[in-house]
Design a protein around this ligand. Sequence first.
Ligand SMILES: Cc1cc2nc3c(=O)[nH]c(=O)nc-3n(C[C@H](O)[C@H](O)[C@H](O)COP(=O)(O)OP(=O)(O)OC[C@H]3O[C@@H](n4cnc5c(N)ncnc54)[C@H](O)[C@@H]3O)c2cc1C
Length: 498
Amino acid sequence: MKKVIIIGGGLGGLSTGVILAKNGYNVTVLEQNAQIGGCLQCFYRQKTKFETGMHFIGSADEGQILNKMLRYLEIEDQLPLSRLDTDRYNVISLEGQQFEYANGKDAFIEKMASYFPSQTDNLAKYCRVIDSIASASALHTLKDETPLNAAGTEYQLRPMDKVLEELFTDPLLQKVLAGDLPLYAAERGKTPFSVHAFIMDFYNQSSFRIIGGSDIVAGALSRVIAKHGGNVRTRSKATRIVCDSTRATGVETNGGELLPADYVIAAIHPMRTMELLAGTNLIRPAFRHRINHIPQTTGGFSVYLRFKENAVPYMNYNFFNYNAGTPWGCEQYDEATWPKGYLYMHTCDTPNQQFAKAGTIISYMRAEELEAWKHTTVGHRGKDYEDFIDRRARGLIASLAKQFPGIRDNIAGFHVSSPLTYRDYTGTENGAIYGVAKDVALGSAGRVPHKTRIPNVFMAGQNINSHGMLGTIVGSIVVCSEFLTSGFLYRHILEAGK
Ligand SMILES: Cc1cc2nc3c(=O)[nH]c(=O)nc-3n(C[C@H](O)[C@H](O)[C@H](O)COP(=O)(O)OP(=O)(O)OC[C@H]3O[C@@H](n4cnc5c(N)ncnc54)[C@H](O)[C@@H]3O)c2cc1C
């Protein structure tokens, strides 16, 4: 059996581990933290559970793409799901009005057309464009022979805001449809329309919370790896990928133990991979430079709310609010204008939940704001930092209270994470919310390849294809195709999905 060491026990590393372990590879996943999962991790405060980076998933109904993949990963039956309101899984609050996204193409068009009757034809066209983009991807159709239609490439090269302007004459509707952009940290003029299209397609088909928290996904994947003879090691930080003059020979952990490997897959931020490969000249300086200068998405600042018992009715949808009348440019703020927008969600602990125990508010925070504390670690950042994040958290709660009057009376306590927290728990550069940013101007120079110049070293995780539940698993399929071929994987995923 060929020995594969996978660095990183997040969704990317664990799903890659499952695919290879079930297909005859001897897999070891190394996770630096005590808890596996990366962004799937949850934490408890006063017996209340909070999710840190996976609040809802899409396309999980029978026959839909994520459902097929979860079946192939052998975890579909281990994830208890709670469906979000089908007639308003997302609510966009803008300019004093609220607009709801409904699941399903026809219901979505009908709902949007009720707000914007003059745009009905344009909405139908918008949905056709999204369909054509999703169906141009072999990884979504799971067919090797999927023809790359014009939409597949065109909309990777055109910014989302420009395409929305072209499709819709009503500027308010353009903003409403961009209202979910915190889910991919889109920036005007940069983010390809295809990113928006894939997310819209993913959640519009069906949307769910994971009952009991996203760490269930990590635990389930880890058990499948073990079932197939693999091994997930926590508190095992990779400190070096060891190479001879032509290839990698193993991975050094915690600065000491050397684990021999036939293949190494780094499912971590690509800049961290470059650090692990610092000792070899097998990586070209130009490649290192490119990876080390790829733009990152903005950081995320999260406030975790612990509610009083039976006080806050469970909100079975996601609420996006914009204070400045537009979803665009919320990452460009100053002390006086922050937060320009936020995303607010409740966690789901039981089926048919009546009241929420916990909620999360997520807004942007730029890395420069945290410059003074960049050399500190979790729990040791000092009083200045604690004061700063406390002030920001209260600002965010005050902003929430404008939309949800009385909410403050029902909050028993709150907890905070900043981009530095994400940086320290996941190794993501600057705590960038979704890792590397896509930018139409950079084209392929802005992409992170799954192959490196070292023949047995690969990269996986959210930076390869895209972030999120589906995007990251698709990245795992891309890297595993190098071992098993894409045709083999597509066939088996389709069979598992039957
Ligand atoms: C605030 C937030 C909200 C989100 N909400 C959603 C959502 O609702 N739905 C959705 O689909 N997606 C969501 N996402 C995105 C999704 O969570 C991520 O795209 C995905 O989980 C990333 O998985 P990953 O394995 O690529 O990276 P990570 O989760 O970052 O995992 C990387 C792992 O590698 C480990 N590691 C790093 N360096 C080393 C090393 N040297 N040695 C050993 N281990 C190492 C880290 O500790 C970490 O566990 C959200 C993300 C964030 C931040």
